[in-house]
Design a protein around this ligand. Structure first.
Ligand SMILES: NC(=O)c1ccc[n+]([C@@H]2O[C@H](COP(=O)([O-])OP(=O)(O)OC[C@H]3O[C@@H](n4cnc5c(N)ncnc54)[C@H](OP(=O)(O)O)[C@@H]3O)[C@@H](O)[C@H]2O)c1
Length: 381
């Protein structure tokens, strides 16, 4: 951080974001969102004398590195699920997605998130092709845990974390990702039929073989975390977390802090909601995953708009976009949180990585982003 005027502008934005992070959000959000007290507006850019916030603000940039457990990654990662064109709708082209991933790396991103279930397989193939030339400069995270035919990619339904299936899945991942190791391997979904100790033990063996670097869990319960961590220390937990969904604050984030586990919020932009580009009048196309999520039906969108308004107001005050403020808010919660926003557009990529905030040139009012609601597939994870 410099002391140039630009540096001051950036620092004011970051400190403001941390101050904002310390405030509760909107009361009574609809459809399963957390209920919080009325917002407290301090009317100041200063973080209420909070030394934790001061320490955190120094690290809220994509180029500053963060650590998940012992794994060093960029401050913001890139989610690569939507690049298959099967979740929120079609993408311009596969080649464009490969270009976008490389553009992210050029702009400082070293942390890329995928899973065998995305596509299935296609997201891993795109990530593998994009990152092959720069493999030694990046951290690749992928996930096993669903019952997917390892040859055809057909979804057979439900979870599958049997040790033999994990080993077969990982071998397939290595081929698709064009690498000899996966830096961070998550169990995507807890399998109630397989003790987590067996899952952790299998990943421990894969680590010993050099096929896997680190172990993670997605959406686990606290007891599962403790039991897995006792067998093979966890590097990261990946759960949904955003200003729209604050569930991890109750148990999982305190547990991460206690055990020294990093945290990776998925859907850090509320699947686009906290960017201000979704309005009460937005309707998602048939097949767009969000069309089936109660949180995004017409009534709940309207009910949740006060949160968007709050984010937009604070973003204007901090010289940022709502998407940037959304990511800064997450990063200000703890220095070991690394959000993985997804995008299929280079403009959104640059915005999410904070170019405008870094240069202090941000002038665009929130809410004029790209159109949403055009696409989708039936299965999410
Ligand atoms: N562990 C799990 O179970 C799990 C579950 C879901 C997701 N994930 C991971 O988390 C990643 C992110 O989650 P997500 O994609 O569901 O949600 P997200 O990152 O919160 O939101 C993505 C949506 O926001 C839009 N967007 C991105 N930047 C924007 C900007 N600056 N302005 C306006 N709109 C913007 C994107 O559209 P454009 O493409 O048009 O930019 C897309 O529709 C996934 O890629 C995946 O890797 C993990």
């Amino acid at each position: 951080m410099t002391d140039t005027p630009t540096g001051h502008a950036r620092r004011r934005f970051l400190m403001g974001a941390a101050g904002f992070a310390a405030t509760p959000l909107v009361a009574g959000l609809a459809a399963g969102c957390t209920i919080e007290p009325t917002p407290r507006d301090t009317g100041t850019d200063e973080p209420d004398g909070d030394t934790r916030a001061n320490a955190i603000t120094a690290a809220i940039t994509v180029t500053s590195r963060r650590t998940l457990g012992s794994l060093e990654v960029s401050g913001i990662g890139l989610g690569c699920q939507t690049m298959t064109g099967k979740l929120y709708g079609p993408v311009t082209s596969r080649a464009d997605m490969i270009t976008l991933i490389r553009a992210a790396h050029d702009q400082g991103v070293t942390f890329f998130d995928t899973a065998e279930a995305y596509g299935p397989f296609e997201s891993e193939r795109i990530v593998g092709e994009a990152l092959e030339p720069i493999r030694d400069q990046v951290v690749i995270a992928s996930k096993f845990g669903f019952d997917i035919d390892p040859v055809t990619g057909q979804r057979r339904g439900g979870p599958n974390s049997r040790p033999d299936h994990i080993r077969t899945s990982v071998d397939g991942m290595l081929q698709r990702l064009r690498t000899d190791h996966i830096d961070l391997l998550y169990q995507h979904h807890v399998d109630p039929t397989v003790p987590i100790e067996d899952v952790a033990g299998t990943v421990k063996d894969l680590i010993a073989q050099g096929k896997v670097g680190h172990f993670g869990l997605s959406e686990p319960g606290p007891q599962t975390v403790r039991r897995a961590h006792a067998v093979q220390p966890l590097t990261a937990i990946q759960n949904e977390y955003s200003m729209l969904w604050r569930g991890p604050e109750r148990e999982i984030l305190p547990l991460c802090e206690e055990l020294g586990i990093g945290f990776v919020p998925w859907a850090p932009l509320g699947m686009g909601f906290t960017t201000g580009t979704i309005t009460p009048y937005t309707r998602f196309a048939e097949g767009d995953f969000r069309a089936a999520v109660p949180r995004y039906n017409a009534a709940n969108l309207a009910a949740n708009m006060p949160l968007v308004q709050l984010i937009q107001d604070w973003a204007v005050r901090k010289g940022a976009t709502p998407a940037q403020l959304s990511l800064a808010w997450l990063m200000a919660q703890h220095p070991w949180i690394v959000p993985i926003p997804s995008t299929t557009r280079t403009g959104h990529l640059a915005e999410n990585l904070g170019d405008h905030a870094r240069t202090g040139q941000l002038a665009r009012p929130p809410g004029d982003g790209a159109a949403l609601g055009r696409r989708g597939e039936s299965s999410r994870w």
